[in-house]
Design a protein around this ligand. Structure first.
Ligand code: NDP
Length: 294
């Protein structure tokens, strides 16, 4: 059986090209580009890298993305005041506060202060609720990007048995809901799941989002399964490593994402897409294409 490599790096470049054209069209229509405020608090090296990549991608497609960098000891009042200013700023359509925040700052207080219509991470309870109900809304970037990766590679979801490893609010739970909305039969596993391998071996689609390097090996996979690796950890050699043991799983899978170059780049492309969607929503333009959630 030949295995399809789901190349997120390549697809994300295609998406960025498409977004560049969309942004140019929006500027012609409305006289301004979409705006995304990426807020970085402190100097966490990994966060600095993520933020730099997000801002660079915005620049590439013409999205207005001012640098907003705050000291690690910024007060809660000052940070919430900044969010209020961004909520009111007509040039800003999306607000992203890079996580994790320095100790002492209440993540939920900050995230829940963001105007839901500008919540391009899709973490605000209003957007989570809309996703659960089945309304077209801003949905979390990583699981939404995974659906795009599957769709653009012609991997069908409807009727498939999907097993999601992980139940975080950022990846696992929204992934399960979005797969359900696309008519998959979904099992969600976590650290207390008994007989994990029995669950995954029944899956047509496995999404691994645990942060456990190379844990998912050939023993977890049914021949022909589609394997999506969300995990990002640093190996002892400093290289990035996923949750999937790629060499042993590759020969079994019908399709698989590499790490790096799979899910990661799709997350950034989806952030830009969410910013464009937020712009359209705020400017009264139709959302293209609508996202179906049942
Ligand atoms: P969290 O730590 O918030 O959640 C991890 C989840 O995995 C939890 O639900 C946990 O279960 C579950 N888990 C942990 N160990 C096991 C185990 N042995 N068996 C089964 N389930 C287990 O992580 P995130 O969801 O934020 O991220 C997961 C991974 O994805 C990380 O490596 C992260 O770096 C990466 N990531 C990658 C992104 C990308 O763009 N590629 C974006 C976001 C994250 P329990 O709830 O019981 O504790």
């Amino acid at each position: 059986m030949s295995t399809v490599v789901l190349n997120g790096r390549e697809l994300s470049q295609t998406l960025l090209e498409e977004q560049k054209e969309q942004v140019a069209e929006l500027v012609r229509k409305k006289g301004r580009p979409p705006g995304l405020a990426v807020v970085l608090v402190g100097q966490d090296p990994a966060s600095e890298t993520y933020v730099r990549n997000k801002r660079a991608a915005c620049k590439k497609v013409g999205i207005h993305a001012p640098d907003i960098n705050l000291d690690p000891d910024v007060s809660r009042e000052k940070l919430l005041g900044l969010i209020d200013d961004l909520n009111r700023d007509p040039a800003i359509d999306g607000i992203l506060v890079q996580l994790p925040l320095p100790a002492g700052l209440d993540k939920d207080a900050v995230l829940f202060r963001i105007d839901p219509s500008k919540d391009v991470d899709g973490f605000h309870p209003v957007n989570v609720g809309k996703m659960v109900i089945g309304l077209d809304t801003l949905t979390p970037c990583t699981p939404t990007g995974i659906l795009t990766l599957l769709d653009r590679n012609g991997v069908s979801i409807s009727g498939k048995h999907a097993v999601v490893l992980g139940r975080s609010l950022i990846v696992g739970k929204p992934m399960a809901l979005l797969l359900l909305s696309r008519d998959a039969t979904v099992t969600v596993c976590h650290s207390r799941t008994a007989r994990l391998q029995e669950e995954t071996r029944r899956a047509d689609i496995v999404v691994a989002a645990m942060g456990k390097p190379r844990m998912v090996n050939a023993d977890y996979i049914k021949p022909g399964a589609v394997v999506i690796d969300v995990g990002i950890s640093r190996g002892e050699d400093g290289k990035l490593v996923g949750d999937v043991d790629y060499p042993s799983v590759f020969p079994l899978a019908s399709a698989i994402t590499p790490v790096p170059g799979g899910v990661g780049p799709m997350t950034i492309a989806t952030l830009l897409d969410n910013t464009i969607r937020a712009f359209c929503f705020r400017e009264g333009l139709p959302l293209q294409p609508p996202r179906k959630h049942t």
